[in-house]
Design a protein around this ligand. Structure first.
Ligand code: IMP
Length: 434
């Protein structure tokens, strides 16, 4: 299968990093296509945890080419730090390629992200304050700075002559004291340009050439479907297209080139930041899931809101992404619970709602309708190892019932189950007709 897109079906943090790393063993290229350092992808290899914000999750496979596509907004300072950390861990980063067209997060984007958020009152999104929204706004307004601009001082200076004046005025709307200096920014960003120069290429050309040669490409989504700027719970979303279609624009490939779309479903729901979440739990079970699932943001350290699996959300994600298959992650977090619930529909004004509503006013008044399934026992580390060796049929029956309930409801085969954070805690299951 040459071109596979991996996307999150919820609000991000579904375990895409782990699944991408797992599939990366069979891929030649791993491509990020949207987002920026707001993302946090965790990979555990041989007991060592790696956390990436910008680097694609295949970066630790030395022989795989890792691409940062044009659809991201990258903060070069963060990127260079990630590369340094990896190098100090003994890796050589000569398998990274950055799109010439990728937009750059500038210092004024980060300042404005913070200032705009503080001024929004209860309309606050709860952003990661990594400058993502302001950087994407500039891209769309055609005022963005791209990687290629960092490689040429003259071009960068010309753009900054205009931009710094404008951004200074925008900053002063919220805060009269903060100032930005063109000279400092110019010097810093020319230096960053020099450091990333060796990675910057026409990545769309590279990806399409690879596809023509029959290479396998994994397109790695960041955040999740419900954070998509068009289709998510707007305005409580991020600023990019997180859905599978975003892989085409964000990497520069045609839709006819995509063969498979794998949706990652965490076995329960989490959300960071503000916005509606109908299955959120405020009781001991919610706290249990948060602690056991270590549900704290990789980027900001904020506790994630936790709740039961919401299939209304996941069905919507299946439709938007055209999922061909699904992976269920972190199902082990639910081990030991007497019963597990899944939300199959909402109730609004006495009526059953099966499709995710657009209006936030309607959503606020919806109530989840649950199906209750039997839980399964706690599984020890030794038992888990044996189960993984034996495969899907060795999982507790109640866990398989849960997986099959989800698969049937969403109409998509579940082909991979993750029962722990490590690469080795993964069970593949052949796709079967539903
Ligand atoms: P921004 O992307 O920093 O502008 O934040 C917008 C919203 O998206 C906030 O609610 C963030 O918490 C959320 N968000 C951004 N990136 C991630 C992610 O990687 N995982 C989960 N939530 C995210």
């Amino acid at each position: 299968m040459p071109a596979i897109v991996i996307v999150g079906t919820q609000w991000g943090d579904e375990g895409k990093g782990k699944v991408t790393d797992y599939y990366a063993k069979d891929a030649d290229y791993i491509v990020r296509f949207q987002g920026g350092s707001n993302a946090g992808h965790t990979i555990v290899v041989g007991g060592k945890t790696h956390k990436f914000h910008l680097l694609p999750s295949g970066i630790i496979h030395a022989k795989k080419k890792n691409i940062i596509g044009n659809g991201l907004v990258i903060d070069p300072e963060t990127l260079l730090k990630e590369i340094k950390t990896l190098e100090s861990d003994g890796y050589t980063v000569n398998n990274l390629f950055i799109s010439e067209r990728v937009n750059i997060v500038m210092p004024y984007h980060k300042i404005l992200d913070g200032l705009e958020e503080s001024s929004k009152g209860d309309m606050k999104v709860g952003t990661t304050k990594r400058g993502i929204g302001p950087a994407y706004s500039d891209k769309i307004a055609r005022s963005g700075i791209r990687a290629i601009d960092l490689l040429d001082r003259e071009t960068l200076e010309k753009k900054l002559d205009y931009l710094i004046q404008l951004k200074q005025k925008m900053i002063n709307i919220f805060d009269e004291k903060t100032t930005i200096s063109k000279e400092t920014i110019l010097n810093d960003y020319v230096q960053y340009g020099d450091q990333i120069r060796k990675y910057v290429v026409d990545t769309s050309l590279m990806i399409n050439d690879a596809l023509d040669k029959g290479k396998t490409i994994l397109f790695e989504g960041a955040q999740g479907t419900h954070l998509d700027v068009d289709h998510g719970t707007y305005p409580f979303t991020t600023s990019s297209n997180t859905i599978a279609g975003g892989a085409c624009t964000g990497a520069g490939v045609g839709p006819t080139k995509i063969d498979k779309v794998i949706g990652i479903i965490k076995a329960y729901t989490t959300r960071v930041g503000a916005g509606p979440m109908l299955t959120e739990l405020f009781d001991d079970t919610g706290k249990h899931i948060q602690d056991k699932g270590v549900e704290f943001g990789t980027t900001t350290g904020r506790p994630r809101r936790c709740g039961w699996l919401d299939l209304v959300l996941v069905r919507y994600a299946c439709r938007l992404n055209g999922l061909t298959e699904a992976a269920i992650t972190k199902i082990d977090v639910l081990d030991g619970l007497k019963e597990v619930k899944v939300c199959k529909a909402y109730e609004y004004d006495g009526k059953i709602v099966k499709n995710f509503p657009t209006s936030s006013k309607v959503l606020e008044k919806c109530r989840p309708i649950y199906s209750t399934l039997r839980g399964w026992k706690e599984i020890t580390t030794e038992e888990r190892e044996k189960i993984v060796k034996k495969g899907y049929r060795a999982l507790p029956k109640e866990m398989r019932d849960y997986i099959e309930y989800v698969s049937k409801d969403i109409g998509v085969p579940v082909t991979l189950i993750s029962v722990g954070p490590g690469r080795e805690n993964t069970i593949e299951r052949k796709a079967r007709p539903l």
